[in-house]
Design a binder for this molecule. Structure first.
Ligand code: C2E
Ligand code: CA
Ligand code: CA
Ligand code: CA
Length: 277
C-alpha cells in the first residue's frame, strides 16, 4: 500500500488496531488509569452556522498512557466497553466535565453547553439518571449546560426509553450521534425526547464530491427541521462543506475547519477571546 503514495491520504495507525499482546497490556493498565489520574478530557467547539458563535463543546476522552503517550479513544474505548470499565470511566468523564463547566462559568466565561458521549453499557446500568442528577447537584451545574450524546442503536431499543425519559426530565439536552449510519427507522424520532441530531462525518465527507451524500444530508435537514430538532454536522473539514451546510440551513457545525479538540486550558483561552459583544 506504500507506493499508492499521495492518493492514500489516510495513514495506517497501529493504535487503531492493537494486536493481542497490546490489547492485554491496555486492558491491564486501563484498570488503573482512573485511579492514577491518567485520563483527561479534550473539548471540541460546536459553532452556530449563522453567527459563528461557539454554542457548545463536545467532550472527548484521551489517555495519557505512561509508556505510550497520549492515546486516542480508538485505541481503548472498545476494550473499555468489553471489560465494563467504560462504566466507571464514563462516570469519571461526566463528573470531570460538569465540574469543569461549572468552573468556567464561575470564571465568567461565556456560557456553553458541554456534550458527553454515553456508551450502551452506561445505559444498561439502569441507575443512569439518578447518577446524572447526583453529579449535577454535586457540581452545581445548571442542567441547561449539559448535553448527552447517544447513538441511534441506543435510542431505538425500547428498554432504554424509560431511562431516556428520566434523563429528559432533568432538563438536559439529548442528541443522537452518528445519525444515519445504522440500519434504523426514523419513527423513533417521533416518540423520543430527543433535541438534536448529529450528521455523521461519513456524509459530510461526500459534500461537493458525491451527490448522493448531499441528497441524504438535505433529507436529514428537512426531517430535523420539520420535527423541530436542532441539527449539527460533524467532521467539517473544508470550506466547500461549510458553504453547502450554510446554504442548506444546517444549524451547527463541528470540525477541523474551525477547531480541533483541545485541552481544557486551550479551550479556556479560546472562550476568553470569544466573549459576547
Ligand atoms: P464521536 O463521538 O463520533 O466523536 C467525533 C470524533 O471525530 C472525535 O474523534 C473527533 O476528534 C473527530 N473529529 C472531529 N472533527 C473532525 C474532523 O473535522 N475530521 C476528522 N477526521 N475527525 C474529526 P476521537 O476524539 O478520536 O473520538 C472517537 C470516538 O470515541 C468518538 O466518536 C466516541 O464514539 C468515542 N468517545 C470519545 N470520548 C468518549 C467518552 O468519553 N465516552 C465514550 N463512551 N465514548 C467516547
Ligand atoms: Ca459524539
Ligand atoms: Ca459522532
Ligand atoms: Ca463516531
Amino acid at each position: 500500500a506504500k507506493d499508492e503514495g499521495k492518493n492514500n491520504y489516510r495513514i495506517y495507525d497501529s493504535s487503531l488496531n492493537p494486536d493481542a499482546e497490546e490489547r492485554l497490556e491496555i486492558k491491564n493498565s486501563l484498570r488503573h488509569a482512573v485511579d492514577r489520574n491518567e485520563l483527561t478530557v479534550h473539548y471540541q467547539p460546536q459553532i452556530e452556522v449563522g453567527s459563528g458563535r461557539i454554542l457548545g463543546l463536545e467532550a472527548l476522552i484521551r489517555w495519557n498512557h505512561p509508556k505510550r503517550g497520549l492515546l486516542m479513544p480508538g485505541s481503548f474505548i472498545a476494550i473499555a466497553e468489553e471489560t465494563g470499565l467504560i462504566v466507571p470511566i464514563g462516570e469519571w468523564v461526566l463528573r470531570t466535565v460538569c465540574s469543569q463547566s461549572k468552573r468556567w462559568q464561575e470564571a465568567g466565561l461565556p456560557p456553553v453547553r458541554v456534550a458527553v458521549n454515553l456508551s450502551a453499557r452506561q445505559f444498561a446500568q439502569n441507575q443512569l439518571s439518578p447518577l446524572v442528577q447526583d453529579i449535577l447537584t454535586e457540581t452545581g451545574l445548571d442542567p441547561a449546560h449539559l448535553e448527552l450524546e447517544i447513538t441511534e442503536s441506543m435510542a431505538m431499543q425500547d428498554r432504554n426509553w424509560n431511562t431516556l425519559a428520566e434523563l429528559k426530565q432533568l432538563n438536559i439536552t439529548i442528541s443522537i450521534d452518528d445519525f444515519g449510519t445504522h440500519y434504523s427507522s426514523l419513527s423513533y424520532l417521533k416518540h423520543l425526547p430527543v433535541n438534536k441530531i448529529k450528521i455523521d462525518r461519513s456524509f459530510v465527507n461526500g459534500i461537493a464530491q458525491e451527490p448522493k451524500d448531499e441528497a441524504i444530508i438535505m433529507a436529514m435537514l428537512l426531517v430535523a427541521h420539520r420535527l423541530n430538532l436542532t441539527i449539527l454536522a460533524e467532521g467539517v473539514e473544508t470550506y466547500d462543506q461549510f458553504s453547502f451546510l450554510h446554504r442548506n440551513q444546517c444549524d451547527e457545525i463541528q470540525g477541523y475547519l474551525f477547531y480541533k479538540p483541545q485541552s481544557a486550558e486551550q479551550i479556556e483561552h479560546i472562550l476568553r477571546q470569544h466573549s459576547p459583544e
